[in-house]
Design a protein around this ligand. Structure first.
Ligand code: F1P
Length: 345
């Protein structure tokens, strides 16, 4: 709700974006969850705006800047960093100063170095969270960019679909959070797998990262149908496999869910509409039950994985808000190249 309200207050940004020619390719640059968020936005925008949008980890841009810019054709670059402090993102922004591209820094930090290095900045301080891992900031920034995309595309119906989401998500959460918690705690799984096609693949990547961070578990992500091409070897009753069903691929994805159930794997299926076939083939089926288009359902789709990571982390006696070995931002020592002694909190 706050994201929608703040968006409307950012009319200047919208005007700036319109003038920047929405038909030019966008490149998103980030690390960690912000990178998977960038990939999700890029996939969504490519489809909606019919313009090439790509995302790369900041390190890829640093090690091969000209290849990346040539390959992506980028003329405008968005650098996403919740903290605005991640060294690789700052180095990428610094490097882009010498290229003829517009840079948009996107951060939850009110005043950051990222802002100083970019030609434009978008600040979303209300989207920040106390936790080291990104949960609320992920969904809020995603919603903000989905809204921005819908406005740029001039799609008023999509904007009102996004308006409807916060209230519906609250009701849906109340009905589903306990079921997800119960699945995460009822038994110990040795492996977690997250599967998705299209933009959902990037949600699967983010889900695997969430599970790894919050519960120090081994988690992997694949394009759903790629799972048959090797990874399937790990499927057993010790594996929990989560499917993020997409409209384009659902029929094929359901067949795989059935196949993996036969191998004994536990399946969590996140789908917009439940069917008897889906119920039969999932240990837990989470139904979104939305009339809104798929584009507007992505933020809700990733929440079950965030809750699952939390439940598994807690059941292992860990603190999912403060994962071991991690900091809120990876700040590297400029001389030694490794993590700085006191990394940015
Ligand atoms: C990116 C990030 C986080 C991750 C970790 C370190 O930070 O990779 O996604 O959870 O704690 O930093 P940022 O650049 O978005 O601030």
């Amino acid at each position: 709700m706050e994201t929608a309200r703040k968006f409307e207050q950012n009319s200047e940004l919208l005007r700036g974006m319109h003038s920047s020619s929405q038909n030019r390719p966008w490149l998103f640059v980030a690390c960690g969850s912000s990178y998977y968020l960038s990939q999700t936005i890029a996939a969504q925008w490519t489809k909606l705006l019919q313009v090439a949008c790509t995302a790369v980890p900041a390190s890829e841009l640093l090690f091969a800047p000209h290849e990346v810019i040539r390959r992506t054709g980028a003329q405008q670059v968005a650098l996403l960093s919740r903290s605005g402090k991640t060294t690789e993102v700052l180095r990428a922004a610094q490097l882009l100063k010498t290229e003829a591209v517009r840079t948009l820094g996107v951060t939850c930090n009110e005043s950051s170095v990222l802002e100083e290095l970019c030609t434009h900045t978008l600040k979303l301080p209300w989207a920040d969270e106390k936790s080291m891992v990104m949960t609320r900031s992920f969904t809020s920034i995603l919603l903000f960019f989905e809204r921005l995309g819908a406005k740029l595309a001039g799609d008023a119906e999509l904007v009102s679909a996004l308006d409807a989401l916060p209230e519906k998500t609250a009701t849906w959460l109340a009905a589903n959070a306990d079921k997800i918690r119960a699945l995460g705690t009822k038994r110990r799984f040795a492996d977690f797998v997250f599967l998705g096609q299209g933009a959902h693949y990037w949600l699967a990547q983010e889900a695997a990262l969430k599970m790894t961070e919050m519960s120090s578990s081994y988690a992997q992500a694949y394009h759903t149908l790629e799972f048959r091409h090797g990874p399937k070897a790990i499927a057993s009753d010790e594996t929990l496999i989560t499917f993020f069903l997409s409209e384009a691929a659902a029929d094929e994805e359901i067949l795989l869910a059935r196949e993996l159930r036969k191998l004994g794997a536990a399946t969590l299926v996140v789908a917009n509409r439940a069917t008897p076939e889906l119920r039969r083939n999932s240990e837990l089926l989470i139904e979104l039950g939305l009339n809104e288009p798929e584009y507007a359902r992505m933020a809700m789709t990733v929440i079950p994985a965030q809750l699952l990571g939390l439940a598994v982390g807690l059941s292992k006696g860990l603190n999912p808000d403060k994962p071991r070995n991690l900091t809120r931002a990876v700040v590297l020592d400029s001389k030694k190249g490794g993590p700085a002694k006191r990394r940015g909190a």
